[in-house]
Design a protein around this ligand. Structure first.
Ligand code: SF4
Length: 213
């Protein structure tokens, strides 16, 4: 059983899978309270669903890419079980996690998209940096950048990332409505930074609604 906030079909917006059709399973609950959180509705609201029911709802869409997100999906015990079931059925599974929990609980076939919280989130103290050593070369890391202080923090963390990480795996995402992409792009070009400028594609497509169909 998992508590599901919403399950929907949309365009993946914030990773190297951006632009692809994707089924999203948003799980309820989060252990953090980021200052700029745009999914506060997922803190409590949701319905308990069996794994069979979730699998069947996912199977109704013409899509083999699934993202399990939140909230924080690693708070619920059965999340790794759902991920493994999907992988066994041939789905590509992305897991978006806030980086505060041990990511080793997930099947290594999952693509773990792990946030590293910067100071303006007011949750940078919650990062579990031991997760950096658990990342594989198909995982991804995301920094949401809302200020110059955030950018400098992210730059310093890049030094600690494993050597096998390639440019495609690291995303710098400007905080929506706060940091202009042009300003962040300028800093990245100035430093020749080994990260990808990642814009929230779904917010460009559907600026007034949180998701797709
Ligand atoms: S980790 Fe994600 S869901 Fe949780 S408070 Fe931060 S932005 Fe919101």
């Amino acid at each position: 059983m998992l508590k599901v906030n919403e399950l929907f079909y949309s365009i993946q917006g914030e990773s190297s899978y951006a632009g692809l059709p994707c089924v999203f399973v948003r799980l309820t609950g989060c252990n953090l309270r980021c200052s700029w959180c745009d999914t506060t509705y997922a803190y409590e609201e949701g319905l308990n669903c069996s794994l069979d029911e979730i699998m069947s709802r996912i199977g109704a869409y013409p899509c083999r890419l699934v993202e399990i997100t939140g909230g924080e999906p690693l708070l619920q015990q059965e999340t790794p079980v759902l991920a493994a079931r999907l992988l066994d059925r041939g789905y590509t599974v992305l897991i978006e996690t806030n980086g505060s929990k041990n990511i080793a609980m997930l099947d290594s076939r999952c693509v773990r998209i792990m946030d590293i919280k910067c100071p303006s989130s007011r949750e940078s103290g919650s990062n579990d940096f031991s997760n950096l050593g658990r990342l594989t070369d198909h995982d991804e890391v995301k920094f949401v950048i809302g200020s110059r202080e955030d950018y400098d923090y992210a730059k310093a963390v890049l030094e600690k990332l494993p050597d096998f990480f390639k440019i495609k795996n690291i995303h710098f995402s400007p905080l929506y409505d706060i940091m202009t992409p042009v300003m962040l792009a300028g800093w990245m070009l100035e430093d020749g930074i080994g990260a990808r400028l990642s814009l929230q594609l779904h917010k460009t497509i559907w600026p007034d609604t949180p998701c797709g169909v």
